[in-house]
Design a protein around this ligand. Structure first.
Ligand SMILES: NC(=O)c1ccc[n+]([C@@H]2O[C@H](COP(=O)([O-])OP(=O)(O)OC[C@H]3O[C@@H](n4cnc5c(N)ncnc54)[C@H](OP(=O)(O)O)[C@@H]3O)[C@@H](O)[C@H]2O)c1
Length: 256
């Protein structure tokens, strides 16, 4: 199969490209770095020529609600139109758990708009919604540190490994369009402060993480009900402990 990975230079996109190449699929890496811009349409028609499927793993450069919404609206519409012209048979999009009931504001709602365009668009589709990636714990900590302490409300989360998301996207793209969405979450539910604490310990980061229900987390002030998966859902296999060990091995290899 010939599969185009939009956002193939990003965190998940790179893993997707790697997996498809190992399975001897013809892969086109499409991103602005490679001359393909889904927002302006630059390079899009050429990238999609003879493609059987497209995996959209892009992300907006600005994650604030209005900017993200404009990004996902423009890129998704342009992409679907180009796929229709090229006769692409399957559009696979990576979304986020909670996007379908996020209301009108914020990043999650912007992903909801992206999903809606895909659902009502001209190309047969599959939608994968993921919970927060383990690595994202570092970003949450960075956004919410004051005086060496990270303060976060004790909301339940069910994070997962980005590598499991890449595996699921590849599996979807190699199959037939489902015409549906599925939620993918990690194998364990935990509280947000515990999650971030375990990620920081992986990095030997000395910051304290304090549970504080009075704080509204910066950049991550998400209603509790948007953070947990709903049916139909699948559990990803990699636990946070597995990921911590893999990170340790990765850092050792880099240090050698
Ligand atoms: N992080 C999480 O915890 C999480 C959880 C659930 C779902 N997700 C979803 O996962 C998706 C991917 O996230 P990520 O962290 O892997 O993204 P990322 O590392 O930030 O990568 C973004 C990718 O989008 C590409 N891109 C940006 N503007 C583009 C444009 N105009 N046209 C085409 N490609 C463009 C970038 O290309 P260049 O490299 O060329 O700039 C890059 O390849 C997002 O949609 C996000 O909603 C993330």
């Amino acid at each position: 199969m010939r599969i185009v990975v939009l956002g193939g230079t990003g965190q998940v996109g790179r893993m997707v490209v790697d997996r498809l190449e190992r399975r001897a699929q013809a892969v086109v890496v499409a991103s602005p770095t490679n001359g393909v811009d889904a927002r302006t349409g630059r390079g899009l028609d050429a990238a999609l020529e003879y493609a059987d499927a497209v995996i959209d793993a892009t992300n907006a450069p600005d994650l604030s609600g209005p900017a993200a919404r404009a990004f996902f609206e423009e890129t998704t519409q342009r992409l679907l139109d180009a796929e229709q012209r090229a006769g692409v048979a399957h559009h696979v999009v990576l979304s986020i758990v909670g996007a379908d009931h996020a209301g009108d504001d914020g990043y999650f709602a912007a992903k909801g708009v992206q999903e809606q365009l895909v659902r009502s668009g001209p190309v047969a589709h599959s939608i994968l919604r993921a919970t927060q990636f383990f690595d994202f714990g570092r970003t949450i900590a960075a956004w919410n540190t004051a005086d060496g302490t990270v303060r976060l409300p004790a909301r339940a989360v069910q994070p997962l490994a980005a590598s499991d998301v890449a595996d699921a996207l590849v599996e979807l793209a190699l199959g037939a369009p489902s015409g549906a969405a599925v939620d993918l979450a990690g194998p364990e539910r935990m509280l947000l402060p515990e999650f971030v604490h375990r990620v920081l310990r992986t990095d030997h980061d000395p910051r304290y993480v304090v549970a504080d229900d009075a704080v509204e987390p910066i950049g991550f002030n998400i209603a509790s009900e948007l953070l947990l998966p709903r049916e139909p859902m699948r559990l990803a296999p990699t636990s946070l402990d597995d990921w911590v060990h893999a990170e340790g091995r990765r850092k050792l290899a880099l240090a050698r």
